[in-house]
Ligand binder design. Structure first.
Ligand SMILES: Nc1ncnc2c1ncn2[C@@H]1O[C@H](COP(=O)(O)OP(=O)(O)O)[C@@H](O)[C@H]1O
Ligand SMILES: [Mg+2]
Length: 437
């Protein structure tokens, strides 16, 4: 249904409007029905007295004064009198409740053979017949006598009441909605991995409770985040110094012993070092790096790829032209590096970085021909410290994709782990492009 609005505000306003309209129409109908009988009686009363007066005047007037009496009646009262034709047939009254009530009342008072019509020989008005001796007369009553209250004025009043009620409904709903909107905004920020400033705890009790609970949750999350970052940073920092001592010691060992053992130890130290770097990266996510307004995603991809080329791990690139976008340079490089690390470690072959554009967003993706990630596991993999199969790939912290996810959300984007056609993983990060304007 296209007409049904999406926001709570307009849905509520529309619902209240519908209820008001139905209630108004219902009460109008009740009023019309209950007012019908008294009104019909009043109209009948007017008709009866007009007919009786005319009839009495005609009977008592002297024959030679009748003509002037008739013209007098017509001029002063707007009542016109005509002589009926013998055996005259007229159109019956329209079958409407009010007309039926009036006709019944008039016939009760003036006699059952009184005829009423609204159209006598093409002349419209309220026509009532009466007889004097054997002659039939017709009275044509002026419109203004029987005019009902103009329906147009009624509609005007009802419309005014409706507009006022609608404005009131809008004000009420908007008032309730305001704190809700603040909450929605804050929740959306939270979804992007930011900690929003506390929302105002105002409005009705339920919304106040919600806002307060939300604020509490945000504070708790922030504290938890801070504590985790502090812990990770502290531990990593403390591990680093002894680790570099170990590395130094290893290098100083002569090769006379088991060289294979030594190489293994060096690899282990490198793994630990990489893990510590990931811990530090993860801990640093809380620090907000200022965003560059006219960032060049392709340039970032190139600079990261160069780093890999220098260390002897060339990565293929397929870059498409992209519009400038708002980027956090360091964070975005970390994101790309983490995806390439994963492809090199878990994917092992045919690693390629690509950028491109889709409607409304740009993407950067790293593809490989490794074992990939089963679709039902993809969502879980971006959680911190989760790994597909801890036994599968040696060292690793399970933080890489979590870091990617957090950085993507920081930019309003998201990560998707897709199956590459022909086997392998397509890890794609989509970043919204600001609407041109
Ligand atoms: N390119 C890839 N190919 C196959 N599996 C992957 C790929 N990238 C990530 N994964 C899976 O997702 C898990 C989580 O990745 P990540 O968070 O980077 O942790 P880590 O790399 O430290 O194990 C990995 O353990 C791996 O099982
Ligand atoms: Mg990783």
């Amino acid at each position: 249904m296209k007409f049904w609005p999406r926001t709570l505000l307009w849905r509520s306003v529309l619902l209240i409007a519908l209820v008001l309209i139905v209630a108004h129409l219902a009460s109008l109908q009740v009023f019309r029905v209950s007012e019908r009988e008294p009104r019909a009686r009043q109209i009948a009363q007017q008709i009866v007295s007009a007919v009786n007066l005319t009839r009495a005047a005609l009977i008592t007037a002297q024959a030679d004064k009748r003509l002037s009496l008739l013209s007098d009646l017509s001029q002063r009262e707007g009542i016109q009198i005509y002589l009926g034709e013998p055996g005259e047939q007229v159109a019956p009254l329209p079958d409407l409740p009010t007309f039926n009530l009036v006709a019944a009342e008039v016939r009760e008072r003036l006699g059952a053979d009184t005829k009423l019509t609204t159209n006598r020989g093409g002349v419209y008005g309220t026509w009532v017949s009466f007889t004097i001796d054997d002659d039939e007369f017709w009275v044509l009553l002026p419109r203004s006598r029987l005019e009902r209250i103009e329906p147009l004025r009624w509609i005007g009043w009802v419309a005014l009441v409706l507009v006022l009620a609608l404005a009131g409904a809008y004000l009420i709903v908007a008032r309730i909605n305001r704190p809700l909107r603040a909450l929605t905004r804050a929740a959306a920020q939270m979804g992007q991995g930011k900690i929003p400033p506390p929302v105002e705890e105002t409005g009705p009790a339920e919304i106040r409770t919600l806002a307060s609970a939300f604020n509490q949750m945000a504070t708790d999350l922030k504290r938890l985040d801070d504590e985790r970052a502090l812990l990770l940073a502290g531990v990593s920092h403390d591990l680093r110094t002894p680790l570099s001592r170990i590395r130094l010691g290893l290098e100083m060992l002569d090769d006379k012993g088991d060289s294979e053992l030594k190489a293994g130890l060096v690899r282990d130290v490198e793994d630990i070092d990489a893990a510590i770097n990931q811990f530090l990266d993860f801990a640093r996510l809380g620090e907000v790096e200022p965003a560059v307004a006219e960032g060049d995603l392709n340039a970032l991809v190139r600079s990261v790829a160069e780093r890999y080329a220098r260390s002897g791990q060339p990565v293929a690139m397929r870059l498409s032209p992209l519009p400038p976008m708002t980027l956090r340079t360091m964070a975005m490089q970390r994101l790309i590096a983490n995806l390439i690390d994963n492809a090199l470690r878990h994917g092992r072959s045919e690693v390629e970085v690509a950028t491109g554009k889709m409607p409304g967003c740009a993407f950067v993706e790293v593809i490989d021909r490794g074992p990939g990630v089963p679709p039902d596991q993809a969502e879980r993999m971006v959680q911190p410290f989760t790994r597909l199969d801890a036994a599968r790939g040696g060292a690793g912290t399970g933080l890489g994709l979590a870091i990617v996810d957090r950085i993507a959300r920081m930019h309003g984007g998201s990560i998707r782990l897709l199956a590459r056609e022909g086997g392998g993983l397509r890890a794609r990060v989509e970043l919204p492009l600001a609407a041109k304007g």
